[in-house]
Ligand binder design. Structure first.
Ligand code: SAM
Length: 276
């Protein structure tokens, strides 16, 4: 009998993929964790039946979330990643040799364990000696650590369960408090087709907190709508002012110095979300 994974992307839209094998299925303290092997997407990680990542398109999201911010800050030494237990973002962050310390705060040990076992291509960065993994709530971490980080990246799931607070006003204020005086934040900010209210709210909130706020786009075919947004909130450095010809080659498949600025060019239908 054929086995299919199906995610309800909205109340009326579903995405399905034929499954060759269920590699893992378990329930952590926070969520349902499942790993499927598929022909189309390769191995796929779902949390609460929502696609988080898969071998086929993961690099687009992970390279976008990390390199735009890390290449905007001229000298990131200490960085924080919240969420992202699959390891894809850490794998990209460790490519930046100037970084001395990478603190990775993921709430769910089961996601980290599953990534190590089933996604070695993503979790390879966990063994970098600069990486410290803390299994805890990222919301609490930014409350408790002031004036500490050069760059903070938020690799969160959709705003459900333990991730709801990762989209809240108080969280962004605490992120600003956890950043040094010239620090910057990059957060994934969901679908510009299906999460329009959330994007506008988050953007307005960030503009109350950070002098420089810029949304940029990526394409993630397996996420709802395909187009995906990320938002930079910066105390000083503007990603549009980066001298891109001086950026290093990071051996990437999606991000490139040539597109560092162009990802911020929004079509009118998305520009209206952020009132630019
Ligand atoms: N790229 C993905 C997406 O957009 O769907 C996100 C993937 S990553 C697996 C998201 C991780 O954030 C999950 O492993 C989840 O456990 C973690 N997470 C959720 N809420 C969190 C919180 N409050 N603090 C730290 N990690 C959290």
């Amino acid at each position: 009998m054929e086995l299919w994974f199906t995610e309800d992307q909205t109340r009326d839209v579903r995405i399905s993929c034929r499954v060759k094998k269920v590699l893992f299925s378990g329930r952590s303290q926070f969520q349902e964790v499942a790993v499927y092997d598929t022909d189309e997407y390769g191995r796929l990680l779902a949390l609460d039946n929502i696609i988080q990542t898969n071998i086929w398109d993961e690099f687009i999201y992970h390279e976008s979330l990390t390199h735009v911010g890390l290449n905007t800050h001229p000298n990131p030494k200490k960085v924080l990643l919240i969420g992202g237990g699959d390891g894809g973002s850490v794998r990209e962050i460790v490519k930046h040799k100037e970084i001395e310390k990478i603190v990775h705060v993921e709430i769910d040990q089961m996601v980290i364990d599953v990534a190590k076992e089933f996604f070695p291509e993503l979790s390879s960065g966990f063994s970098d000696p600069r990486v410290e993994i803390i299994v805890d709530d990222g919301i609490k971490h930014v409350q408790e650590n002031k004036n500490t980080y050069d760059v903070i990246m938020v690799d969160s799931p959709d705003p459900i369960g333990p991730a709801v607070g990762l989209y809240g006003d108080e969280f962004y204020r605490n992120v600003a408090g956890a950043l040094k005086e010239d620090g910057l934040l990059v957060a994934q900010t969901e679908s510009p087709f299906f999460n329009r209210d959330l994007i506008s709210r988050v953007n307005a909130t960030m503009k109350n907190i950070f002098p420089v706020v810029r949304m940029f786009l990526g394409i993630v075919p397996t996420y709802p709508g395909g187009a995906w947004t990320f938002t930079v909130g910066s105390k000083k450095y503007d990603p549009l002012e980066v001298e891109t010809d001086k950026l290093p080659d990071l051996n990437t498949k999606w991000y490139s110095p040539q597109m560092h600025r162009s990802v911020f060019t929004l079509p009118p239908i998305f520009r209206e979300l952020v009132k630019e």
